[in-house]
Design a protein around this ligand. Structure first.
Ligand SMILES: *Cc1c(COP(=O)(O)O)cnc(C)c1O
Length: 404
């Protein structure tokens, strides 16, 4: 089948919730993807911050082969080996004492909200149910997580959502002080906002939220679905801040491209959860849990994290150099580790589209923010290739802009 036939098939049968470019991706190798016409794309999207180890990683492929030969799925009605081992790995490398597995980021957030509600109702009664989130937040698309996602366009058509969700202003502690009180069950925040535009929390903000939560017996939830697991050059994005949460959500990179999410909690939260309170049919099945162990072991290696920090610093300096050459097009460059955002005066999607012609994949995080979240295994030469081609894309967009 030709690319156009596939695109027509998708257009005819798939519910139209995404707009996609006019090529069809077929295979990947390392940090490159190839379409059905054999064109190569240097990938700085990595399946939306999922493919930390890139494509075709031999250890992941070997693990899939071996584990799928033994056992793929038996449900959570039974004990299985990879599930228990993965839980131990996550707990022994984090603030948490226990972990609940699920299949996506939004489910991890749903779990976090449910666990917080149960903790709150158990200890303080049913009036303490409010959840405080922030401008620019993205926590998922299911009705609970959606209630804490700031973008109105995503929320409005589906109201009424989970009651009791309120929004403060990101990085404005006084706005949180006004909202957090005796009715507050939990505060949810991304230490580095992803979908909302790559905004880094300040130290004062996260430390202040920790103090506010403690003062009002509210739980602090860090949503590290996008910024966690090595993405910022730290195993957990919150390590940079010296603040620990009561609950943390993970997903995107955890399953190495297979669907997996996790909600990590302290023992004090765990104590209010009873058998039967929450569940999931597929969660942490043998295959995904075995692959996640490979991802976690590799990404948590201090040498690997050092690599992410080094490449991140280099990428940041290259992006700032580009900004210096195109100050009208790029207003700001933000990021840490290998999550970067460029604030653009033109539509970021126009840069993404020009990028396709140059053979690079980039994404947007809002109308005027270009987002770069490459596989964590990128090397200096890939950064050089990306920035060269990004600059060519910017030149094309600038020329078009002048022609208008
Ligand atoms: C992507 C994302 C989610 C939702 O994850 P899905 O797997 O798409 O449900 C939640 N929180 C953050 C911070 C995310 O980036």
């Amino acid at each position: 089948m030709k690319a156009q036939d596939i695109i027509d098939l998708e257009g005819r049968y798939v519910l139209q919730t995404y707009s996609r470019p006019d090529f069809v991706l077929e295979r990947g190798e390392g940090v490159y993807l190839y379409d059905t016409d054999g064109r190569a794309y240097l990938d700085f999207v990595s399946g939306i911050a999922v493919n930390a180890l890139g494509y075709g990683d031999p250890e992941i492929l070997q693990t899939i082969r071996e584990q799928s030969g033994k056992l793929i799925h038996v449900s959570n009605l039974y004990h299985t080996i990879p599930h228990a081992q993965l839980a131990e790995m996550l707990v022994s490398h984090s603030f948490a004492d226990r972990v609940f597995f699920c299949n996506s980021g939004t489910e991890a957030v749903e779990g976090a909200l449910k666990f917080a509600r149960k903790y709150s109702s158990t200890h303080f009664g049913s009036d303490k149910y409010e959840i405080i989130a922030f401008s620019g937040s993205f926590h998922g698309r299911t009705l609970g997580a959606l209630a804490t996602t700031s973008r109105e366009k995503y929320r409005k058509p589906f109201e009424p959502l989970l009651p009791g969700a309120k929004f403060g202003v990101f990085n404005d502690l006084s706005s949180a002080q006004e909202l957090v009180g005796e009715r507050t069950c939990a505060v949810i925040v991304e230490p580095v906002q992803g979908e909302g535009g790559i905004y880094l929390a300040s130290k004062e903000f996260l430390q202040g939220l920790r103090e506010l939560c403690d003062a009002h017996h509210a739980l602090l939830i860090f949503d590290e679905v996008q910024c966690g697991l090595g993405r910022t050059g730290y195993l957990w994005a919150h390590e940079y801040y010296g603040v620990t949460p009561d609950i943390m959500t993970l997903a995107k990179p955890l399953g190495g491209g297979l669907p997996m999410g996790a909600t990590l909690v302290t023992q004090s939260v765990a104590d209010s959860i009873a058998k039967g309170d929450h569940g999931s049919t597929f969660a942490a099945n043998c295959l995904v849990a075995a692959v996640a162990q490979v991802v976690f072991r590799r990404v948590s290696d201090p040498a690997f994290l050092e690599h992410v920090r080094q490449q991140g610093e280099y990428l940041g300096s290259c992006l700032r150099a580009i900004q210096g050459r195109y100050p009208e097009l790029i207003q700001e460059v933000r990021g840490r580790g290998l999550i970067w955002g460029l604030q653009t005066s033109v539509k970021a999607l126009d840069i993404v589209s020009e990028g396709y012609k140059q053979g690079i994949l980039t994404a947007i995080a809002g109308d005027n923010i270009l987002r770069l979240v490459p596989p964590l295994i990128i090397e200096r030469k890939h950064v050089d290739e990306l920035t060269g081609k990004l600059e060519a894309a910017l030149q094309a967009v600038a020329a078009e802009d002048k022609g208008k």
